[in-house]
Design a protein. Structure first.
Length: 115
């Protein structure tokens, strides 16, 4: 499984940005996909996930501002970032996981939010 994250860049606080995570492989639609992020000098943290059934969950820090969605026909998961804040600046990683042997990470995409 290969995951390709894209859509990062520079955003203004209060604006919006959409990240995409495109995956290869036929099992993508059957597994959970998550976004994690890592800010400079900090540990990587979970941001949101969406299950194969479409159930979503969010970290408190992004709840109400970020939306995760998936398009299984395109093997793609999105992270819509509305009203980003400077503290959302980080490298964002997508991950897909399920059974213990099924755990894959993509390369990161840099998001920088200016005030």
């Amino acid at each position: 499984v290969q995951l390709q994250a894209s859509g990062g860049g520079l955003a203004q606080a209060g604006g919006s940005l959409r990240l995409s995570c495109a995956a290869s492989g036929s099992r993508f639609s059957m597994n959970t996909v998550a976004w994690h992020r890592q800010a400079p000098g900090k540990q990587r943290e979970w941001v949101a996930h969406i299950t194969s059934g479409g159930i979503t969950n969010y970290a408190d820090s992004v709840k109400g501002r970020f939306t995760i969605a998936r398009d299984n026909a395109k093997n793609t998961v999105y992270l819509q970032m509305n009203s980003p804040k400077p503290e959302d600046t980080a490298v964002y990683y997508c991950r897909t996981y399920g059974a213990s042997w099924y755990d894959y990470w993509g390369q990161g995409t840099q998001v920088t939010v200016s005030s």
